[in-house]
Design a protein around this ligand. Structure first.
Ligand SMILES: NC(=O)c1ccc[n+]([C@@H]2O[C@H](COP(=O)([O-])OP(=O)(O)OC[C@H]3O[C@@H](n4cnc5c(N)ncnc54)[C@H](OP(=O)(O)O)[C@@H]3O)[C@@H](O)[C@H]2O)c1
Length: 256
Protein backbone atom coordinates (compact mmCIF):
# COMPACT_ATOMS: atom_id res chain seq x y z
CA UNK A 1 0.00 0.00 0.00
CA UNK A 2 1.34 3.40 -0.92
CA UNK A 3 0.78 5.69 2.04
CA UNK A 4 3.75 7.88 1.19
CA UNK A 5 2.98 11.59 0.84
CA UNK A 6 6.28 12.77 -0.62
CA UNK A 7 5.84 16.10 -2.44
CA UNK A 8 2.39 16.70 -0.94
CA UNK A 9 1.36 19.69 1.15
CA UNK A 10 -1.10 19.06 3.98
CA UNK A 11 -3.06 21.53 6.09
CA UNK A 12 -4.42 20.25 9.43
CA UNK A 13 -6.86 22.34 11.49
CA UNK A 14 -6.68 21.76 15.23
CA UNK A 15 -3.18 20.43 14.65
CA UNK A 16 -1.65 21.62 17.92
CA UNK A 17 -2.73 18.69 20.10
CA UNK A 18 -4.78 15.50 20.31
CA UNK A 19 -5.89 13.78 17.13
CA UNK A 20 -4.85 16.69 14.87
CA UNK A 21 -1.26 16.67 16.14
CA UNK A 22 -1.05 12.92 15.61
CA UNK A 23 -2.34 13.34 12.04
CA UNK A 24 0.26 16.08 11.41
CA UNK A 25 2.99 13.75 12.74
CA UNK A 26 1.83 10.83 10.58
CA UNK A 27 1.77 13.09 7.51
CA UNK A 28 5.26 14.45 8.21
CA UNK A 29 6.54 10.88 8.72
CA UNK A 30 5.02 10.01 5.33
CA UNK A 31 6.99 12.83 3.69
CA UNK A 32 4.39 15.61 3.42
CA UNK A 33 5.06 19.25 4.12
CA UNK A 34 2.62 20.15 6.87
CA UNK A 35 0.90 23.37 7.96
CA UNK A 36 -0.77 23.16 11.34
CA UNK A 37 -3.23 25.68 12.71
CA UNK A 38 -5.22 26.25 15.90
CA UNK A 39 -6.17 29.31 17.96
CA UNK A 40 -3.10 29.33 20.23
CA UNK A 41 0.13 30.27 18.45
CA UNK A 42 2.35 28.98 21.25
CA UNK A 43 0.74 25.52 21.21
CA UNK A 44 1.07 25.38 17.41
CA UNK A 45 4.72 26.41 17.64
CA UNK A 46 5.46 23.70 20.19
CA UNK A 47 3.69 21.03 18.13
CA UNK A 48 5.45 22.10 14.93
CA UNK A 49 8.85 22.05 16.67
CA UNK A 50 8.16 18.62 18.21
CA UNK A 51 7.09 17.10 14.87
CA UNK A 52 10.04 18.66 13.03
CA UNK A 53 12.43 17.26 15.64
CA UNK A 54 10.85 13.80 15.43
CA UNK A 55 10.71 13.56 11.64
CA UNK A 56 13.16 16.08 10.18
CA UNK A 57 10.20 17.19 8.09
CA UNK A 58 8.98 20.56 6.90
CA UNK A 59 6.33 21.68 9.40
CA UNK A 60 4.99 25.23 9.66
CA UNK A 61 2.20 26.85 11.68
CA UNK A 62 -0.11 29.83 11.53
CA UNK A 63 -2.56 30.47 14.38
CA UNK A 64 -6.22 31.17 13.66
CA UNK A 65 -9.84 30.47 14.55
CA UNK A 66 -11.41 27.94 12.17
CA UNK A 67 -14.69 29.84 12.13
CA UNK A 68 -13.28 33.24 11.12
CA UNK A 69 -13.19 34.03 7.41
CA UNK A 70 -10.15 36.32 7.67
CA UNK A 71 -8.21 33.63 9.54
CA UNK A 72 -9.07 31.00 6.91
CA UNK A 73 -7.82 33.29 4.16
CA UNK A 74 -4.65 34.10 6.12
CA UNK A 75 -3.80 30.45 6.90
CA UNK A 76 -4.51 29.13 3.41
CA UNK A 77 -2.60 32.10 1.92
CA UNK A 78 0.38 31.43 4.20
CA UNK A 79 0.33 27.75 3.19
CA UNK A 80 0.41 28.71 -0.49
CA UNK A 81 3.23 31.20 0.16
CA UNK A 82 5.28 28.69 2.17
CA UNK A 83 4.73 25.52 0.15
CA UNK A 84 3.08 26.49 -3.17
CA UNK A 85 -0.05 24.32 -2.97
CA UNK A 86 -2.58 22.71 -0.63
CA UNK A 87 -2.95 19.07 -1.65
CA UNK A 88 -4.51 17.67 1.53
CA UNK A 89 -6.91 19.37 3.94
CA UNK A 90 -7.94 17.77 7.23
CA UNK A 91 -10.92 19.48 8.87
CA UNK A 92 -10.21 18.32 12.40
CA UNK A 93 -10.93 21.21 14.80
CA UNK A 94 -14.32 21.02 16.51
CA UNK A 95 -16.20 22.29 19.51
CA UNK A 96 -18.84 21.03 21.92
CA UNK A 97 -19.99 23.97 24.06
CA UNK A 98 -23.30 22.45 25.16
CA UNK A 99 -24.06 19.17 26.95
CA UNK A 100 -27.71 18.34 27.46
CA UNK A 101 -30.93 17.52 25.64
CA UNK A 102 -31.37 19.14 22.25
CA UNK A 103 -34.88 20.21 23.24
CA UNK A 104 -33.31 22.56 25.82
CA UNK A 105 -30.36 23.73 23.68
CA UNK A 106 -29.89 27.49 23.62
CA UNK A 107 -29.59 28.75 20.08
CA UNK A 108 -26.33 30.73 20.46
CA UNK A 109 -24.47 27.56 21.53
CA UNK A 110 -26.32 25.49 18.90
CA UNK A 111 -25.17 27.96 16.24
CA UNK A 112 -21.61 28.07 17.58
CA UNK A 113 -21.44 24.27 17.32
CA UNK A 114 -22.66 24.38 13.72
CA UNK A 115 -20.31 27.27 12.86
CA UNK A 116 -17.17 25.44 14.03
CA UNK A 117 -18.11 21.81 13.23
CA UNK A 118 -19.99 22.19 9.93
CA UNK A 119 -19.75 25.65 8.35
CA UNK A 120 -16.01 25.90 8.98
CA UNK A 121 -15.15 22.61 7.19
CA UNK A 122 -17.08 23.88 4.16
CA UNK A 123 -15.36 27.28 4.31
CA UNK A 124 -11.88 25.70 4.58
CA UNK A 125 -12.72 23.37 1.69
CA UNK A 126 -13.90 26.30 -0.44
CA UNK A 127 -10.72 28.26 0.36
CA UNK A 128 -8.42 25.32 -0.51
CA UNK A 129 -10.46 24.56 -3.63
CA UNK A 130 -10.08 28.13 -4.89
CA UNK A 131 -6.44 28.49 -3.92
CA UNK A 132 -5.14 25.16 -5.19
CA UNK A 133 -7.36 22.08 -5.47
CA UNK A 134 -9.58 23.22 -8.36
CA UNK A 135 -6.46 23.53 -10.49
CA UNK A 136 -4.22 20.81 -9.05
CA UNK A 137 -6.58 18.29 -7.44
CA UNK A 138 -6.47 17.26 -3.83
CA UNK A 139 -7.76 15.25 -0.94
CA UNK A 140 -9.97 16.20 1.99
CA UNK A 141 -10.60 14.27 5.21
CA UNK A 142 -13.26 15.50 7.63
CA UNK A 143 -13.15 14.33 11.23
CA UNK A 144 -16.68 13.35 12.22
CA UNK A 145 -17.62 11.04 15.13
CA UNK A 146 -19.41 7.76 15.86
CA UNK A 147 -21.92 10.05 17.54
CA UNK A 148 -23.14 10.81 14.01
CA UNK A 149 -24.85 7.41 13.97
CA UNK A 150 -26.62 7.40 17.34
CA UNK A 151 -28.73 9.48 19.67
CA UNK A 152 -27.39 10.71 22.99
CA UNK A 153 -28.94 12.24 26.10
CA UNK A 154 -26.16 14.86 26.32
CA UNK A 155 -24.24 15.07 23.03
CA UNK A 156 -27.16 15.48 20.63
CA UNK A 157 -26.27 18.96 19.35
CA UNK A 158 -22.65 18.01 18.66
CA UNK A 159 -23.72 14.67 17.13
CA UNK A 160 -26.12 16.41 14.71
CA UNK A 161 -23.25 18.58 13.42
CA UNK A 162 -21.10 15.46 12.97
CA UNK A 163 -23.91 13.68 11.11
CA UNK A 164 -24.35 16.70 8.84
CA UNK A 165 -20.58 16.71 8.28
CA UNK A 166 -20.88 13.21 6.80
CA UNK A 167 -23.58 14.40 4.42
CA UNK A 168 -21.39 17.39 3.49
CA UNK A 169 -18.57 14.90 2.84
CA UNK A 170 -20.79 12.87 0.50
CA UNK A 171 -22.14 15.95 -1.28
CA UNK A 172 -18.70 17.46 -1.90
CA UNK A 173 -17.29 14.08 -2.96
CA UNK A 174 -19.91 13.98 -5.71
CA UNK A 175 -19.41 17.62 -6.68
CA UNK A 176 -15.65 18.02 -6.86
CA UNK A 177 -14.63 14.63 -8.21
CA UNK A 178 -12.60 13.33 -9.91
CA UNK A 179 -9.90 15.85 -9.00
CA UNK A 180 -10.58 15.89 -5.29
CA UNK A 181 -11.52 12.96 -3.05
CA UNK A 182 -13.50 13.75 0.12
CA UNK A 183 -13.88 11.28 2.98
CA UNK A 184 -14.64 11.31 6.69
CA UNK A 185 -13.27 9.45 9.69
CA UNK A 186 -15.58 8.79 12.65
CA UNK A 187 -13.66 8.16 15.87
CA UNK A 188 -15.02 6.41 18.94
CA UNK A 189 -13.79 7.53 22.35
CA UNK A 190 -10.16 8.70 22.25
CA UNK A 191 -8.27 9.87 25.32
CA UNK A 192 -7.80 13.55 24.48
CA UNK A 193 -8.59 16.81 26.30
CA UNK A 194 -11.71 17.20 24.18
CA UNK A 195 -13.32 14.04 25.54
CA UNK A 196 -11.83 14.16 29.06
CA UNK A 197 -15.23 14.27 30.78
CA UNK A 198 -16.06 10.90 29.18
CA UNK A 199 -12.92 8.97 30.21
CA UNK A 200 -11.32 10.75 33.18
CA UNK A 201 -11.38 9.31 36.73
CA UNK A 202 -11.99 5.76 35.55
CA UNK A 203 -15.09 6.57 33.53
CA UNK A 204 -13.39 5.31 30.36
CA UNK A 205 -12.88 1.80 31.76
CA UNK A 206 -16.55 0.95 31.45
CA UNK A 207 -16.69 2.33 27.91
CA UNK A 208 -13.56 0.36 26.99
CA UNK A 209 -15.13 -2.86 28.28
CA UNK A 210 -18.26 -2.21 26.21
CA UNK A 211 -16.13 -2.03 23.05
CA UNK A 212 -15.50 -5.39 21.30
CA UNK A 213 -11.78 -4.54 21.09
CA UNK A 214 -11.73 -3.82 24.86
CA UNK A 215 -9.79 -0.57 24.86
CA UNK A 216 -10.30 3.11 24.17
CA UNK A 217 -8.74 4.58 21.06
CA UNK A 218 -5.33 6.16 20.79
CA UNK A 219 -4.76 9.25 18.64
CA UNK A 220 -2.60 7.10 16.35
CA UNK A 221 -5.60 4.84 15.56
CA UNK A 222 -7.28 7.83 13.96
CA UNK A 223 -4.13 9.27 12.38
CA UNK A 224 -3.42 6.00 10.54
CA UNK A 225 -6.96 5.90 9.10
CA UNK A 226 -6.63 9.52 7.99
CA UNK A 227 -3.23 8.81 6.42
CA UNK A 228 -4.76 5.93 4.45
CA UNK A 229 -7.60 8.12 3.15
CA UNK A 230 -5.26 11.03 2.35
CA UNK A 231 -2.88 8.81 0.38
CA UNK A 232 -2.96 6.98 -2.94
CA UNK A 233 -3.54 3.72 -1.05
CA UNK A 234 -7.24 4.70 -1.04
CA UNK A 235 -7.34 6.11 -4.58
CA UNK A 236 -10.73 4.50 -5.42
CA UNK A 237 -12.48 5.62 -2.23
CA UNK A 238 -14.47 8.83 -2.00
CA UNK A 239 -17.57 10.02 -0.16
CA UNK A 240 -17.12 7.47 2.63
CA UNK A 241 -17.34 7.72 6.41
CA UNK A 242 -14.86 5.31 7.98
CA UNK A 243 -15.70 4.34 11.55
CA UNK A 244 -12.67 3.79 13.81
CA UNK A 245 -14.12 2.89 17.20
CA UNK A 246 -12.90 -0.47 18.47
CA UNK A 247 -16.17 -1.95 17.26
CA UNK A 248 -18.24 0.19 19.64
CA UNK A 249 -20.93 1.03 17.12
CA UNK A 250 -21.70 -2.57 16.22
CA UNK A 251 -21.91 -3.40 19.92
CA UNK A 252 -24.28 -0.44 20.48
CA UNK A 253 -21.77 1.07 22.91
CA UNK A 254 -22.49 4.79 23.02
CA UNK A 255 -20.30 7.57 24.33
CA UNK A 256 -22.76 9.49 26.44
N1 LIG B 1 -11.53 12.62 21.42
C1 LIG B 1 -12.59 11.90 21.09
O1 LIG B 1 -13.04 10.97 21.80
C2 LIG B 1 -13.29 12.18 19.78
C3 LIG B 1 -14.33 11.29 19.38
C4 LIG B 1 -14.99 11.54 18.20
C5 LIG B 1 -14.61 12.61 17.40
N2 LIG B 1 -13.61 13.45 17.79
C6 LIG B 1 -13.26 14.56 16.91
O2 LIG B 1 -11.86 14.58 16.71
C7 LIG B 1 -11.43 15.92 16.41
C8 LIG B 1 -10.24 16.31 17.26
O3 LIG B 1 -10.60 16.20 18.61
P1 LIG B 1 -9.54 15.95 19.77
O4 LIG B 1 -10.14 14.97 20.68
O5 LIG B 1 -8.19 15.71 19.22
O6 LIG B 1 -9.58 17.40 20.50
P2 LIG B 1 -8.46 18.22 21.31
O7 LIG B 1 -7.42 17.32 21.85
O8 LIG B 1 -9.24 19.08 22.25
O9 LIG B 1 -7.81 19.13 20.18
C9 LIG B 1 -8.60 20.06 19.51
C10 LIG B 1 -7.74 20.88 18.58
O10 LIG B 1 -8.57 21.82 17.88
C11 LIG B 1 -8.13 23.15 18.14
N3 LIG B 1 -9.31 24.00 18.14
C12 LIG B 1 -10.40 23.89 18.93
N4 LIG B 1 -11.28 24.87 18.63
C13 LIG B 1 -10.74 25.57 17.61
C14 LIG B 1 -11.17 26.70 16.86
N5 LIG B 1 -12.34 27.29 17.09
N6 LIG B 1 -10.36 27.17 15.89
C15 LIG B 1 -9.16 26.58 15.64
N7 LIG B 1 -8.71 25.52 16.32
C16 LIG B 1 -9.49 25.02 17.28
C17 LIG B 1 -7.36 23.06 19.47
O11 LIG B 1 -6.36 24.04 19.64
P3 LIG B 1 -6.62 25.52 20.25
O12 LIG B 1 -7.24 25.34 21.59
O13 LIG B 1 -5.27 26.13 20.26
O14 LIG B 1 -7.52 26.21 19.28
C18 LIG B 1 -6.70 21.70 19.30
O15 LIG B 1 -5.56 21.82 18.46
C19 LIG B 1 -12.68 16.80 16.61
O16 LIG B 1 -13.29 17.01 15.35
C20 LIG B 1 -13.59 15.94 17.47
O17 LIG B 1 -14.95 16.27 17.30
C21 LIG B 1 -12.95 13.27 18.98
Amino acid sequence: MDTQLNGKVALVTGGSRGIGKSIALAFAEAGAKVMITSRKAEACQEAAAEITAATGGDVAFVAGHVGKAEDIERVVGATMDAFGSVDILVNNAATNPYAGPVIDADLPRWEKTFEVNLTAPLAWTQACWKASMKENGGNIVNISSVGAFATSPILGTYDITKSALIHLTQQLAAEISPGVRVNAVCPGLIKTDFARALWDEGRGDQVAQSYPLKRLGEVEDIAQAVLFLASDASSWITGQAVVVDGGGLVAFAHLG
